[in-house]
Design a protein around this ligand. Structure first.
Ligand code: 13P
Length: 263
């Protein structure tokens, strides 16, 4: 964590809590985030609950923001079953997760598609959380840095249009939902590479862009990860479905940000 960048903790609910359960969970997150003013908190419910959760948070005067988990790159038209960036914005979303490894793996999203989505999100004033990360096979073949570099390079031109507006999430695929969290120093190595690529594109982009870590982040391992100089927050899956546990991750970020302020 670096005091120049405000930590961001985002909860990706994936295909869970898309109905009535969303309300209790969102209220619990809002309660846990109250007073943690150094941290930005985002929750990404399924589409079916997004507008209702955004409305609920607004009514509760919560600073917790809502994000979507995906979108189509076209603003509208004959794309049955799809949802566009302007629609998300209109429903109360501030953020959108793009290029998650589950989208890349199960829905064929390529670097090019992800870049198109990032462009469309920025155009609609929706803040992208663009995901990158290597598979287990790629890590074992020593291709981690190469793969992440390719994925990040595909996004640089888009992100450079509005430095600091978008966020990158490094999520090693082997760490997602497996309980196998990356060691903080291994995650930091990849985050440092991403920072270098951003800075080479423009120093302002490098300084302003928050890079989140994702993959089995829990209350008991968040602090070690968030203490790394280039880890500016977390993208949390499973542990974001428990408001109390998620609140503890937010608390860790708040504590570290407070300590960084004191110097
Ligand atoms: P887990 O925290 O469940 O490993 O999921 C991480 C993730 O994919 C967040 O987008």
């Amino acid at each position: 964590m670096n005091r120049a960048r405000r930590p961001l903790i985002a909860g990706n609910w994936k295909m869970n809590a898309g109905g009535q359960e969303a309300f209790g969970l969102a209220t619990g997150v809002a309660d846990g985030a109250r007073g943690k003013d150094r941290v930005e908190v985002v929750i990404a419910p399924p589409f079916t609950a997004l507008a209702a959760v955004a409305y609920e948070l607004h009514e509760a005067k919560s600073t917790v923001m809502v994000g979507a988990q995906n979108m189509h790159h076209e603003p509208g038209g004959a794309f049955t079953g799809e949802i566009s960036a302007p629609m998300l914005k209109d429903s109360g979303a501030v953020w959108v997760i793009l290029g998650h490894s589950e989208r890349r793996q199960h829905f064929g999203e390529t670097d090019e598609i992800v870049a198109r989505k990032v462009t469309a999100a920025i155009r609609a004033d929706l803040r992208p959380i663009a995901c990158v990360g290597e598979t287990l096979a790629e890590r074992e073949a020593d291709q981690t840095l190469e793969v992440v570099e390719r994925q990040v390079r595909a996004l640089l031109d888009e992100l450079a249009k509005k430095p600091g507006f978008g966020v990158i999430a490094y999520e090693p695929v082997w760490a997602i939902g497996t309980g196998k969290v990356a060691r903080p120093e291994d995650a930091q190595e990849v985050h440092a590479l991403i920072r270098k690529l951003l800075t080479e594109s423009s120093p302002e982009l490098g300084a302003a862009t928050r890079i989140l870590y994702g993959g089995s982040v829990k209350a008991d391992n968040a602090e070690g990860l968030l203490s790394q100089p280039d880890i500016d927050g977390a993208l949390v899956g499973g542990a974001s479905l428990d408001a109390a546990g998620f609140g503890k991750i937010v608390e860790s970020a708040e504590r570290l940000a407070e300590a960084a302020e004191r110097g």
